[in-house]
Design a protein around this ligand. Structure first.
Ligand code: BES
Ligand code: MN
Ligand code: MN
Length: 454
């Protein structure tokens, strides 16, 4: 292991150069004009894995390609499946970046570019840690498979069917994912819960065309008001979602879990300051971390109605459109929630307007058993790589495929986040600490030995 770590340290600059190369490819999965770039980012992974000696394949799907790779020379040993995504969110609003979003720039100890932390930096740390081990020793202590996709940021629509039809090839004992965060700088963590998601678009139609708000105001319902009233009624004054049945399948936090969360050093004043809010807000009866990590939430994501250009226009709009999503916790089922929401919206919609509800996408929540020996191995590897004792945390974000791994392959995931909460994922000036990148590469090398020893 000493030699592997020495090699990883000697290659420090090369690790950064490779990451820069990947970050220069604008692999925005939601934007069809970037389809060719998304493919280039997949081809980068192919080259990278092939360079280390893995058996690599690029698979076309109805959407963006999936890259798989393997090294299976450890007979009678465990198999780890490594997942990551090479697609990124759109860089908009581009003018808020300090430099081009696809011109990776070193600022102090960080690398700044779209995809730096989510997920190219974290995924490449896994590839290079395992690659270094293989290069130095000529073999790995366990079998390793890779599955790197290009549709995570659009809800992984083609990955479920891909996994279903490649179950045998993807069979493993455990999955490793680095696509989340540490608890804080210098405080590594294993994530044991991810939220699920149900995302909806609602359209409310009033009159058959935009009207003069003086001539018709007071005579017909304004769809903007109707939509806002419906959306705002979805939460009560205690911050609880009002959709009947919404909380039915929620697994409550145990007293021990609440104690463990309360024991983490969370500075709420600093949190408010960082976000520029005077007060935090959410479901009554729960702490901020509990609400973000373990309670389901509902948020408006977008509203569109009437005149939003410069100045005033006295219009009574014909239509109003809203997007909102619910983050779900175990054991809520997005399909069941979808049915409850659609029924409820139709029930509360006033008879003066027409309603169209369109579910956009969903993801299952994840709760990993924290007594798994694989998580213990993950903790030991993080302790060596980061030089600090890791804690268990949960996340408010979603990684749709993690539930699919459990469902189709029957295996749990080690969620080993290398990022930080202020990395600006999905925001301008996304960054990733180069120190965390390097520590992550070393950690995954340690992890191979830790899993082999189980
Ligand atoms: N890496 C994130 C998930 C994440 C976010 C983990 C925050 C931990 C903290 C992932 O790339 C992501 O953005 N997921 C989407 C999923 C959606 C598009 C289905 C999300 O959470 O919004
Ligand atoms: Mn991600
Ligand atoms: Mn993301």
């Amino acid at each position: 292991m000493q030699k592997v770590i020495e090699d990883i340290r000697a290659q420090k600059d090369a690790h950064v150069e490779k990451l820069k190369e990947w970050l220069r490819i604008p692999s925005v999965s939601t934007d069809s004009s970037h389809k060719g770039d998304v493919r280039k980012a997949a081809e980068f992974v192919v080259e990278e894995l092939r360079g280390y000696g893995f058996d690599v394949e690029l698979h076309d799907t109805p959407g963006h390609p999936v890259v798989t790779a393997s090294w299976l020379g450890a007979a009678d040993q465990k198999t780890m499946l490594v997942y990551g995504h090479y697609d990124v969110q759109p860089p908009d609003p581009v003018d808020l970046w300090r430099h081009g979003p696809f011109e990776p720039t070193i600022e102090g100890t960080n690398i700044v570019a779209r995809g730096a932390t989510d997920d190219k930096g974290q995924a490449l740390a896994l590839v290079r840690g395992i690659g270094a081990y293989l290069k130095v020793n000529g073999s790995l202590p366990i079998n390793v498979k890779f599955l790197i996709e290009g549709e995570e940021e659009i809800g992984s629509p083609n990955l479920g069917p891909f996994i279903e039809s490649h179950k045998g090839d993807l069979a493993a004992d455990v999955v490793l994912v680095s696509d989340c965060s540490q608890f804080g700088p210098g405080q590594p963590a294993i994530t044991v819960a991810l939220k699920g998601l149900m995302y909806m678009e609602v359209e409310v139609t009033g009159p058959n065309k935009d009207l003069h708000s003086g001539s018709f105001g007071g005579a017909v319902e304004n769809p903007g008001h109707a939509l806002c009233k419906m959306l705002s009624s979805l939460k009560d004054d205690d911050g609880r979602v009002t959709i009947p049945g919404f909380y039915d399948d929620v697994i409550d936090l145990t007293a021990e879990e609440r104690e463990a969360i309360a024991a983490l050093p969370f500075d709420e004043a600093e949190y408010r300051e960082e976000l520029g809010v005077a007060r935090v807000h959410g479901e009554k009866g729960y702490s901020t971390l509990e609400r973000v990590w373990a309670r389901p939430t509902l948020d408006v994501n977008g509203l569109l109605c009437g005149w939003t250009g410069e100045g005033a226009k006295t219009v009574l709009p014909s239509k109003a459109m809203g997007k909102f999503s619910m983050r779900l916790v175990a054991n809520q089922d997005p399909e069941k929630i979808e049915a409850l929401v659609v029924e409820h919206l139709h029930k509360i919609c006033p008879p003066t307007v027409k309603l169209d509800v369109r579910p956009l996408h969903g993801a299952m929540p994840v709760l990993v058993p924290s007594d798994s020996p694989f998580l213990a191995a993950g903790k030991r590897a993080l302790a060596k790589g980061f030089g600090a004792e890791p804690v268990f945390i949960r996340e408010g974000g979603s990684i749709p495929v993690v539930a699919t791994f459990k469902e189709l392959l029957g295996i749990d995931t080690i969620l080993m986040g290398l990022g930080l909460h202020d990395d600006n994922a999905h925001s301008p000036n996304e960054k990733f600490s180069l120190e965390d990148y390097q520590r992550g590469i070393e950690t995954v090398a340690y992890l191979l030995d830790e899993i082999a020893a189980l």
